[in-house]
Write a protein that binds this ligand. Structure first.
Ligand code: MRU
Length: 349
């Protein structure tokens, strides 16, 4: 186990390279990737070498800067056309986390009719700003989230919305990490999160590295730990939050929220405001990524586990109905229902 995983930023820009931890190799190997080519960056996002909505956003911001840097022209219109091509390409890597599109749009918005060298420098500075803002937002989410918890609480989480899904601290796990800095202790239960195992491979890994009392459970054990009275709060992240508060997150999150309601346990979504998509009015309108069937039938097994002829359904995400959500924890504060009205307010609309 690498005790120092929390000391490594998940996404960085160093010497004009995108520096990431290859999350497909965790927890057994810590492999640092240094990427410059937009095809490698696209591949890293697609294959989840870098994953988690905020981390994808920061990686895309750095990725589009690196792609823009390679555009060899002095002509503003040619530059703009080439930039748009690279933007479209990077945007095609994954469809659900809105942070990807948010970051690419924000990068595009700094382009103005100036010498190309100046535009490239503006893009570099914007990518750095997006990265720094992510760290600050995650820490604030940690502080707000902590105000909802008590020392010693049992907390259930799903997927990985921890430091490995942002630059530092995380969203759902930020209150735990910030709490640890302040000498607090929680008992965290993490669903293993089939099929890509972000819970057991990544959340458990970073929690143990932080000295947190960590218990791994299979996804189908969530109900039992709630019934046992071991869970005082559920916190998960989100990939996209619609304007009515419906929150799209890793497949299985919806089921966990339904269970939490049954057992009268507060269910919190923790996400930066860059994950809120006011252009989408409800969860049903969010594009859900469908992934390779082999992730279910073959990836973790020596032999294929499904009989020939069986069909496979492998959606990467589902959404939690807003009525199941107790509150949404953002860097701007804790948002309670009615979400439609209160999200508008916090988003300044
Ligand atoms: O497919 P992944 O691993 O990118 O999915 C990640 C999640 O669903 C996270 O919970 C979400 O992105 C929030 S990360 C702070």
């Amino acid at each position: 186990m690498n005790e120092n995983i929390l000391k490594i930023d998940t996404v960085d820009l160093q010497d004009d390279k995108l520096v990431i931890i290859d999350q497909t190799k965790l927890p057994n190997e810590t492999v640092i990737l240094k990427l410059t080519d937009q095809r490698d960056i696209w591949h890293a996002i697609k294959t989840l070498q870098i994953r988690g909505a905020p981390a994808i956003g920061v990686a895309a911001a750095i990725g589009i800067y690196l792609a823009a840097k390679e555009i060899d022209t002095d002509d503003f219109n040619v530059f703009k056309t080439e930039f748009a091509k690279a933007k479209k390409y990077l945007a095609s890597s994954r469809p659900t986390a809105v942070n990807l599109f948010w970051a690419l749009d924000r990068m595009e918005s700094v382009i103005c009719e100036k010498p190309i060298a100046v535009i490239k420098e503006l893009l570099r500075l914007e990518a750095i700003k997006i990265r720094e803002e992510d760290i600050a937002a995650s820490y604030k989410i940690g502080e707000y989230g902590l105000s909802l918890l008590h020392d010693g609480d049992g907390i259930l989480t799903h997927c990985n919305a921890g430091q490995l899904a942002t630059v530092r601290y995380g969203t759902a796990l930020a209150p735990i990490h910030v709490g640890r800095e302040r000498g607090m202790n929680f008992k965290v239960y993490t669903d293993e999160t089939r099929p890509l195992l972000q819970g057991i491979r990544l959340s458990a890994y970073e929690l143990v590295a932080d000295g947190v009392d960590t218990t791994v459970i299979c996804d189908n054990m969530a109900s039992q730990v709630m019934k046992n009275g071991w869970i005082q709060a559920v916190i998960t992240g989100a990939d996209r939050i619609a304007s009515n508060g419906d929150a799209c997150n890793k497949i299985g999150t919806s089921g966990v929220a339904i269970l939490a309601k049954y057992y009268k346990i507060p269910f919190y979504i923790a996400a930066p405001t860059s994950t809120i998509d006011m252009k989408v009015s409800r969860g049903e309108d969010i594009t859900i990524e469908q992934r390779d069937p082999d992730e279910i039938t073959k990836l973790w097994y020596e032999k294929c586990m499904a009989p020939e002829g069986a069909k496979v359904y492998n959606p990467a995400f589902d959404f939690v109905d807003n009525e199941l959500i107790t509150a949404i924890i953002t860097e701007k504060g804790i948002i309670y229902p009615p979400f439609e009205k209160n999200l508008k307010e916090i988003m300044g609309e």
